[in-house]
Design a protein around this ligand. Structure first.
Ligand SMILES: [Zn+2]
Length: 201
């Protein structure tokens, strides 16, 4: 087994061979892990939540789901959920533009930037901005509306998911660097981002 610690607010990319399982966990809890995946032989084919919703008929990822690429190819099976189903499948990853809109001056890390840097670290330049599965983020959907309030449940320390690759993949995980205060989405714990652990089994 290989273990990779994704430092708080940073991202890492790694190879996942077909048939291999990957366990992603939040040791301290309530830390969004933006998970991206692309075809190991073609970095223009990315995991796509909207394409996955169609066969799963669900806006929440559930055990047994097959995550599809934008070309509708099976990429990963969701095999185990140790986080009580508290995952977001809808919200686009944070990016530099979003932080500017929040009023941040100067540079702020983002999941989109973390992905670019992580892919560059393993030798791939990407120009796309793919969507992610946001594990350990609670998005409540009711009557077509989405929300998240401080009273909604959060993922407890040690929460995890296990996925199994259906093709040779490159996976990437961003420990979401969102650390702003004020009204809005309760994305990460109030104390700021924490690390995410990735285990390749
Ligand atoms: Zn983020």
């Amino acid at each position: 087994m290989e273990t990779l610690v994704v430092p708080a607010g940073e991202g890492r990319a790694f190879i996942i061979e077909n048939g291999r399982r990957i366990r992603i966990s939040t040791p301290k809890g309530q830390q969004s892990a933006d998970f991206f995946a692309c075809n190991g032989g073609d970095t223009t084919e990315w995991l796509s939540p909207p394409h996955t919703w169609m066969p799963t008929r669900s806006l929440h990822p559930r055990v047994g789901d097959t995550f599809l690429s934008g070309r509708r190819q099976p990429m990963l099976e969701f095999v185990e959920d140790g986080a009580d189903g508290l995952h977001d499948f809808i919200i686009a990853p944070c990016d530099a533009i979003r932080y500017k809109q929040f009023g941040v001056e100067g540079h702020h890390r983002s999941c989109a930037e973390n992905l670019v840097l992580a892919m560059r670290d393993i030798g791939h330049e990407i120009t796309q901005a793919p969507l992610a599965v946001n594990f350990f983020t609670n998005t409540v959907v009711e009557d077509g509306f989405m929300f998240n309030t401080p009273s909604d449940p959060v993922v407890q320390p040690g929460g995890y998911v296990v996925l199994e690759a259906c093709m040779d993949l490159i996976g990437a995980v961003s420990s979401c660097p969102y650390d702003l205060e004020g009204p809005g989405w309760a994305i990460n714990a109030p104390g700021g981002p924490t690390e995410i652990v990735v285990e390749l089994m």
